[in-house]
Design a protein around this ligand. Structure first.
Ligand code: HEM
Length: 149
């Protein structure tokens, strides 16, 4: 799914206005799981999709953290767990310290090191396609509210 926020006015003050923002369904994100050489590797945390190809030694085929890629691994990162049950966006029941750790890794590692390539569609729409009431455009790192709506 491609959500184009291309602006027709040439307003150079709007950062990234000419860049389309990509929304990834689960199936689409799964294609970037590092299994094919030469393909980019993507993973999502908190619904933000990062291009982690530069961290191929961590995330590539056969690497230690390969299980985290091609999906939203929020829970696994929060808990520092590679248990298959934790390879999910679901943060239900995480402790305060796990949530803090998640924030730290989200900002200190992912936002600091890797480019953002889009968002999971779950972040914007619920599974049944209805709007996600918790979605806040102002939280979106590359979105400009003026562009988006
Ligand atoms: C014995 C257990 C572990 C050891 C010794 C270990 C060690 C390390 C080290 C040394 C780094 C930093 C590498 C660098 O920046 O060059 C790292 C990064 C990381 N580790 Fe672990 N780790 C362990 C377990 C785990 C587990 C269970 C997870 C599960 C999510 C995890 C997730 C990560 C992540 C997400 C990074 C950041 C990778 C990046 O920079 O893209 N680690 N780990």
């Amino acid at each position: 799914m491609l959500l184009c926020i291309c602006s027709t006015n040439d307003d150079s003050k709007i950062k990234n206005a000419s860049k389309p923002v990509r929304l990834f369904t689960e199936e689409e994100l799964q294609r970037y799981d590092g299994s094919e050489d030469g393909q980019p590797i993507y993973m999502a945390i908190k619904g933000v999709v990062f291009d982690v190809t530069a961290g191929k030694d961590f995330y590539g085929k056969g690497a230690s953290y390969n299980a985290l890629v091609g999906k939203d691994s929020t829970r696994a990162v929060a808990k520092m767990s590679l248990d298959p049950a934790d390879l999910t966006h679901d943060t239900t029941g995480l402790t305060e310290s796990q949530l803090q750790s998640l924030e730290q890794i989200f900002k200190g590692t992912y936002k600091a090191k890797y480019p953002i390539v889009g968002y999971t569609s779950r972040r914007v729409l619920k599974e049944d396609g209805s709007p996600n009431k918790d979605f806040k455009p102002e939280d979106q790192l590359n979105f400009n509210i003026k562009d988006e709506f």
